[in-house]
Design a protein around this ligand. Structure first.
Ligand SMILES: *Cc1c(COP(=O)(O)O)cnc(C)c1O
Length: 383
């Protein structure tokens, strides 16, 4: 058994990352400023978007995007229940109604097929989630949305460096990335909204900082002119330079970090292939580049004779961490009580919600760590 605990995720932080953050701390300007501006510019160029706004989190970005899209009472927003709770919380807090689309059983992503029958006269927006580093099949979904005049905002929290049919996620439309510590690129907490609609981005930029239209750094650079005035009430969702400096460093290494994730994922796929009780997600059949944010497996609970939580505990007993991405949102207390979903609602979401488990995957892992995990899984299933 492993001597040291293997967490399911750990950020990759180099001495150069630490030095870049220390430089900002010594510089005299630690909140949003030149590092923030450089991070926006370089991230925008990396994904091939027209415009990008850095934010304090992806959740903050989604909040502003829903506001800027005018989502409110009477509106319906289609999104998966197999997602992080933040999106559904925000839809609810805006006064709109979340409408859950089921997922494709082996990729955990919504598709034009699972969305089409849910569109009503009230549908205003679709929020697909690129899952675990694989991209959603966007072309059919965009055609469906265009036909009905519905907007799309992509949840790209898992998709920094993912590509769909030759273009990076974020190159088209509007996409929101997360830089939380488990994500492929981290700055501790942070997010980026990319859009090919510069006017939409400018609205987000203003709402990010009190609705002033400028932030403290702009005011310093431009002196007292223009005198900032509230254009509309906004929030305080800017990304400080201390964090942006870390994001910028990580961006320079993103392709290398993702390549390492892909190597580790390939080892898992090879070593798990002959374990009948373990079913990794399928990779999509359309052209894409996978960012391998997570390595998600489904436990065949019937064949294994144990449930997923017991399996995770058994991994933990063997010094191996794991995670759940995600517990279906519609089965969580508030949504269970307010939305009262039928028992057979979203069959593929529920089937996966009970069986999924994310195995350790982060760039600083070694091949021996993957071998430890697969050996532990074999040991658990044999006992
Ligand atoms: C992490 C995550 C978010 C939220 O990102 P934050 O930066 O923590 O706000 C949203 N959606 C998905 C699918 C995520 O995994």
């Amino acid at each position: 058994m492993r001597k040291e605990f293997l967490p399911f995720s750990r950020p990759s932080i180099t001495e150069a990352d630490i030095a870049a953050v220390a430089d900002v701390l010594r510089s005299g300007w630690i909140t949003s400023g030149p590092q923030n501006a450089a991070f926006e510019e370089q991230f925008c160029r990396y994904v091939g978007s027209k415009s990008a706004v850095a934010l304090s989190s992806a959740t903050a970005g989604m909040h502003l995007a829903l506001m800027a899209a005018g989502i409110g009472p009477g509106d319906e927003v289609i999104t998966p229940s197999m997602t992080w709770v933040s999106t559904v919380n925000l839809i609810t807090l805006c006064g709109a109604r979340p409408v859950f689309a089921d997922i494709e059983r082996d990729t955990l992503m919504i598709s034009a097929r699972t969305v089409q029958d849910l569109i009503s006269a009230r549908t205003r927006l679709i929020i697909p989630v690129h899952f675990a580093g694989a991209p959603v099949d966007m072309h059919p979904l965009r055609r469906l949305a265009e036909r009905h005049g519905i907007a799309i905002i992509e949840d790209a929290a898992h998709a920094a460096g993912s590509a769909y049919r030759g273009d990076l996620v974020g190159a088209h439309g509007t996409a929101i990335f997360s830089f939380h510590p488990i994500k492929n690129l981290t700055c501790a907490e942070g997010g980026m909204l990319c859009s090919d609609d510069p006017a939409f981005c400018e609205r987000i930029r203003s709402l990010r900082f009190h609705g002033l239209g400028v932030d403290a750094y702009d005011r310093r650079r431009q002196g007292r002119s223009p005198q900032a005035e509230v254009q509309e009430p906004g929030f305080k969702y800017n990304l400080p330079d201390v964090l942006a400096a870390l994001g910028l460093q990580q961006l320079h290494r993103l392709d290398a970090l993702n390549a390492r994730r892909a190597q580790l994922a390939a080892l898992y796929r090879e070593q798990l292939a002959d374990i009948d009780e373990i079913r990794p997600l399928a990779v999509p059949g359309y052209p894409h580049r996978h960012a391998w944010h997570l390595f998600v497996i489904r436990l065949d609970i019937e064949r294994a004779g144990m449930d997923r939580d017991a399996f995770m505990q058994a991994l933990k007993d063997r010094n191996i961490g794991s995670g759940i991405h995600f517990r279906a949102v519609h089965r969580q207390k508030y949504y269970r009580e307010t939305l009262k979903p039928a028992p057979d609602h979203l069959p593929h979401t529920e089937w996966n919600s009970e069986r999924i488990c994310s195995l350790p995957l982060f760039p600083d892992m070694h091949a021996e760590d993957v071998a430890d995990v697969t050996a532990a899984i074999k040991d658990i299933l044999a006992s």
